[in-house]
Design a protein around this ligand. Structure first.
Ligand code: PLP
Length: 377
């Protein structure tokens, strides 16, 4: 099998594979139990918090563990909206980019249905947020702005520092929520983390197990829970803590930080080779976001066939890529994201997403290119 759908989810990193059984064996006890086994789990979670904070370049006190980004997004966006609208100087406006993941989009559409005003900031043809438009949408009533750091369909990278400047200049109380799911462990998140008030992530996008993730909330912001129960995670995320998976996620994140530059070069070389190899073989492709503006981990391109036809042909060779994102693969609607970039319907139908991991090889890329060329010609 050639697996090039790593933006959907990754296999376990080699380092995690080696530690999985040990983590589940030694950290099975409940973190809240006051016996030595419970203390061991608790300590492992504290260490994991320190490691994740180091990778993000933030204070450990702001890191909360949960089941992943969908939970983090829903919890924060719903909780913050509720609180902001109840304060004296009520804020009931929300700004999102047109590129947000369905977890953000559908959450704010729900908030719109119960009375919040939602503005969508425009982007240009390669998917970069229009800062002037953002400036014009800001108001004293803006509770928060959500912008993803790296887009999961196209790989476009946003300038979070510039976005933060525009927001804070207009209203220093407005919260900047950044979805770093496709950024953590892949680009240098420390480059912008001090300007992001809240960041959410999922472990399974960088080699950790599924069902574990986290959210960073700047400690100056009060976290607003939507779940009530135990006092785990300072009562922000009640429920028994998944110590083994949290420890494994921290290990995976740390490994990605140590190897950030090396991995980035490796996947960048794979992406360049993929493009040149397809061109050499005469396959007509168009890269949706130029190399310099996109993550090396994601290649979004149009090619001659309808994407669902290509995907089923590739499946015969055990080659896995995706149409756009895993969450929308069953949806027949057009991609909101590609439409917002002004791409016509005919080309949208022919766009595929190839997403790399550090474990992919040059040989796999060459085989993929040969197979794709033979299918389209
Ligand atoms: N945000 C982005 C950019 C994503 O790519 C994804 C998953 O594809 C999510 C949020 C949701 O993550 P999860 O499905 O792990 O909750």
């Amino acid at each position: 099998m050639i697996y090039l759908d790593n933006a959907a989810t990754t296999p376990l990193s080699p380092i995690i594979r080696d530690h999985t059984l040990t983590a589940h064996d030694s950290l099975f006890a409940n973190c809240s139990s006051l016996h030595p086994a419970g203390n061991r789990s608790n300590l492992a979670v504290s260490e994991a918090r320190e490691k994740i904070a180091k990778v993000l370049g933030v204070e450990p006190a702001g890191v909360y563990f949960n089941s992943g980004a969908t939970e983090g997004i829903n919890t924060f966006l719903q909780g913050a909206a509720r609180i902001s609208s109840q304060q004296n100087n009520a804020k009931n406006e929300i700004i999102i980019s047109q590129l947000e993941h369905p977890a953000v989009y559908q959450t704010v559409m729900f908030l719109r249905s119960i009375g919040f005003t939602v503005h969508e900031v425009k982007n240009n043809a390669i998917g970069k947020v229009d800062l002037e438009h953002l400036r014009s949408l800001m108001s004293p009533k803006t509770a928060y702005v959500t912008i993803m750091a790296v887009n999961n369909e196209t790989g476009v990278i946003q300038d979070i520092n510039a976005i933060s400047k525009v927001i804070k200049h207009a209203n220093k109380d407005t919260i900047l929520f950044v979805d770093i799911v496709q950024a953590l462990g892949k680009i240098d998140v420390q480059n912008f983390s001090s300007n992001a008030d809240v960041m959410c992530f999922s472990g399974h996008k960088f080699g950790a197990p599924k069902g574990v993730g986290g959210i960073y909330i700047n400690p100056t912001i009060r976290p607003f829970p939507i779940l009530y129960g135990g006092d785990q995670e300072k009562s922000f995320r009640p429920g028994t803590i998944n110590a083994p998976s949290i420890a494994l996620m921290a290990l995976a994140a740390e490994d990605r930080l140590v190897n950030l530059i090396k991995n980035n070069k490796h996947v960048g070389d794979l992406k360049t080779k993929m493009l040149s190899s397809l061109k050499e073989k005469g396959v007509k492709i168009r890269q949706i976001v130029p190399i310099e503006s996109s993550s090396n981990y994601i290649l979004s391109m149009s090619q001659p066939l309808r994407s669902d036809v290509l995907l089923s042909e590739l499946a015969k060779f055990e080659i896995c890529i995706s149409k756009r994102s895993a969450c929308s693969s069953n949806s027949h609607s057009k991609s909101r994201i590609l439409e917002s970039m002004g791409i016509d319907d005919n080309e949208i139908d022919r766009i595929v997403r190839i997403s790399f991991s550090p474990e992919n090889t040059q040989e796999q890329v060459e085989t993929f290119s040969q197979v794709l060329a033979s299918i389209v010609q």
